[in-house]
Design a protein around this ligand. Structure first.
Ligand code: TYD
Length: 694
């Protein structure tokens, strides 16, 4: 097994002769993607067949049959996750995965042969059971197949393979339904084709996985039960950890509710899409088109979420996305035109995708928003697919005559409208709970974000704020990504303070002490290869411990003002978010290293990594040469830390002119000075020569 510590991205590195570690992974990935394609294809294919075999029994029976298929497909994921993980942990993984796919091949192929509802329902449940065996087995195998530094990237490509195949399956289903409509006369024959194709895809997945070679696994696979995750979360307090920031946020309020809205709106569309598309005259190709719109929109939303409106509070973006998803469902329920419905559901998908992408990146003290949101989505989705179609059947079709024109409003449309109204209410509550900028008008905030900066209300910029008198010095840290200009701003702040008669210690990390300089050389030299992420974290923490003990604490005890270029947040952002290590663990290590000493104010200079890295004059050091995604994660990490503790941070848009930034920082620093400088002296004192980054 190839286990070098060298930084290596699976995408960036071409397979080299002799290095065979990637090959089994690629086959596994292909097997997983085919298996997932089969899984996503089986959803509309089985639902369509259930609808076809009950076509003569009326809408209520048809709706119940579709709800049964969808709910039985999803039920094992909610109930059997931990059991399946244990099973997959004991048996040979390759065997588990191959058998799971071969079984699904047989089940799906048998459904059109039998052509009866009870067997379709039983097959749906068994297909769902086989599906839950896959993911834990893959999760245990990945760390053994790729080098340590590639594991995070490998896990991401596994997720892309598992979920990115959903839109492909939806489009494929629509195409197959179109072809079947053109070739076959009988409705039953038309519903068979997608099922046979699904069966073949499962067979191909089984063959690929079987030939993937040895698939060793490292740890026993674990999968927490979704219900447990949700209930532990509801009871959890979080928040009392030593270093303020990500871990002091407490459970993010409103996160779960926003997740419920995103999952409820999307799953309700899936649940009634077939009868709804039938009402609108689209048949199964229409059903496939609605699913394709929804899944393609979601994929776009997942891409946009971490990139859009970056200066806007992430919590506001999450709340807004939930509101937009809920609102989009109203016209989608009312419009009587299939093409418009497809576009509206795509739009709903974008909003739900954005909500998901932003939600999973919110700091969560209890070990990851991803697991929690995943559990919320699963349970909400299950309830929606089980309840919404029967509701549509119960309501039935109604004929209205408005001004002489007859207007038919179908049960599926009314059911969606009811879900939409409930979702709007829930989304508004979620937005209120999430909002961390109360009192700041949303429109001004969004407009400023569109223009690329964070909105500051005029009264906040002008007021001096409360004066803090203290019996020790003041500690100010400057943080930000590469080339954000914090070194310049930290120096300007130090000079400005000195100019006003304060005793100022200007310092930096890493490398402000003698020992620190040696550590800095190790940490930043590009010759340093193979340094593990944990060792890197500890070296930065060691430098910080020395810095606090020998420079920062003595200066504060003398009553000086300490201005540090980087401090503990750099480790949380770079080693935590950047290197994708557990942020709360890094916080714990650092809390011990610094003896709990936090800055009175942290100035975060915000700039897109591409702009920041473009500003650097000297050759890139070891950290600067990390790939763009690393720097994107660092930026989001800094933002999350600032959002979790807004009183202790000043977030500055660092793409603005330098003088403007300097002035904004001075306003804020003045608030925490023991004997603040009168604002009127500003013009006299701002005439010193500008110093720029060396
Ligand atoms: P430095 O040359 O001081 O540049 P700048 O601070 O202007 O970016 O480089 C410090 C590098 O070390 C920087 O790339 C960020 C990284 N770093 C961490 O990864 N973790 C930490 O805890 C600290 C303090 C810095």
């Amino acid at each position: 097994m190839n286990r070098t510590g060298a930084t290596r991205s699976l995408n960036a590195v071409e397979p080299q002769p002799g290095v065979s570690a990637d090959k089994p992974f690629r086959r596994l990935w292909l097997g997983l993607s085919l298996s997932s394609l089969g899984h996503w294809l089986s959803v509309p294919a089985l639902a369509a067949l259930a609808g076809t075999v009950t076509a003569d029994d009326g809408l209520p029976a048809q709706a119940r049959a579709i709800a049964g298929v969808l709910a039985l497909l999803a039920l094992p994921a909610v109930l059997l996750g931990p059991v399946a993980a244990k099973l997959a942990g004991r048996a040979d993984r390759r065997l588990v995965m191959t058998v799971a796919d071969a079984l699904r091949f047989a089940l799906v192929a048998s459904v059109p042969l039998v052509g009866a509802l009870p067997w379709t329902l039983a097959a749906a449940f068994l297909v769902g059971c086989a599906a839950v065996l896959w993911m834990p087995a893959v999760g245990a195998v990945v760390p053994e197949l790729v080098p340590e530094d590639g594991v995070a990237e490998a896990r991401r490509s596994v997720l892309r393979g598992a979920y990115g195949t959903a839109p492909v399956a939806a489009v494929l289903f629509a195409v197959l339904a179109l072809i079947a409509g053109g070739v076959f006369d009988g409705a039953a024959d038309r519903a068979d084709l997608p099922l046979y194709v699904t069966a073949v895809v499962f067979l191909a997945a089984a063959a690929v996985t079987f030939t993937a070679g040895e698939l060793p696994a490292r740890d026993a696979a674990t999968a927490p039960s979704p219900l447990k995750l949700i209930f532990r979360r509801r009871g959890g307090q979080g928040g009392d950890t030593p270093v303020a920031g990500a871990q002091a946020a407490g459970p993010v309020r409103g996160l779960g509710l926003a997740g419920v809205v995103a999952a409820l709106t999307a799953a309700s569309v899936v649940a009634v899409a077939r009868p709804y598309a039938n009402d609108l005259g689209g048949g199964d190709p229409g059903f496939g088109s609605v699913l394709a719109g929804l899944t393609l929109g979601t994929a776009l939303g997942l891409f946009l979420g971490p990139r859009m409106l970056l200066p806007l509070s992430r919590r506001r973006v999450l709340g807004l996305a939930a509101v937009v998803a809920a609102l989009a469902l109203i016209p989608a329920a009312l419009v009587q035109n299939l093409v418009v419905v497809v576009f509206l559901t795509a739009f709903l998908g974008v909003a739900a995708g954005v909500a998901w992408a932003v939600g999973v990146r919110l700091p969560d003290p209890e070990g990851g928003s991803f697991g929690f949101l995943h559990a919320v989505a699963l349970v909400t989705g299950l309830i929606a697919v089980a309840a919404v179609p029967p509701l549509a059947g119960l309501i039935g079709d109604h004929r209205l005559s408005l001004g002489g024109a007859a207007y038919t409003i179908g049960g599926p449309g009314v059911a969606l409208l009811i879900v939409a109204v409930l979702s709007v209410i829930a989304a508004l509550v979620a937005y209120r709970r999430l909002d961390d900028r109360r009192g700041i008008p949303l429109l001004a905030d969004v407009r400023a974000a569109l223009a690329g900066h964070t909105y500051t209300p005029p009264e906040q910029a002008e007021s001096g704020g409360p004066t803090v008198i203290r019996d020790r010095g003041v500690f100010i840290a400057f943080e930000g990504g590469e080339g954000a200009g914090k070194t310049t701003q930290a120096r300007l702040a130090a000079i400005w303070l000195r100019d006003h008669g304060y005793d100022v210690i200007a310092t930096h990390e890493p490398g402000a002490t003698k020992i620190g300089m040696r550590l800095r050389a190790m940490l930043l030299d590009r010759e340093t290869t193979g340094l593990s992420s944990r060792a890197e974290t500890l070296l930065y923490a060691a430098d910080r411990a020395d810095h606090v003990a020998n420079v920062i604490r003595p200066a504060l005890e003398r009553g000086s003002i300490v201005v540090s270029d980087r401090y503990v947040d750099s480790s949380l952002a770079y080693q935590g978010f950047g290197r994708e290590q557990d942020v709360s663990e890094i916080a714990r290590v650092n809390a011990w290293a610094i003896g709990g000493l936090l800055p009175d104010l942290t100035v975060l200079l915000e700039v897109p990594p591409e702009t920041g890295l473009g500003r650097l004059a000297s050759p890139a050091d070891r950290i600067e040469s990390e790939p763009a995604e690393f720097h994107d994660r660092v930026r989001l990490g800094f933002r999350a830390l600032a959002e979790a503790d807004p009183d202790r941070y000043l977030v500055v848009d660092a793409s603005r002119p330098q003088a403007e930034i300097t002035r904004e920082i001075q306003y804020r620093i003045r608030e925490i000075l023991p004997d603040p400088i009168p604002a009127g002296t500003e013009d006299i004192t701002s005439t010193f020569p500008a110093i720029t980054d060396a």
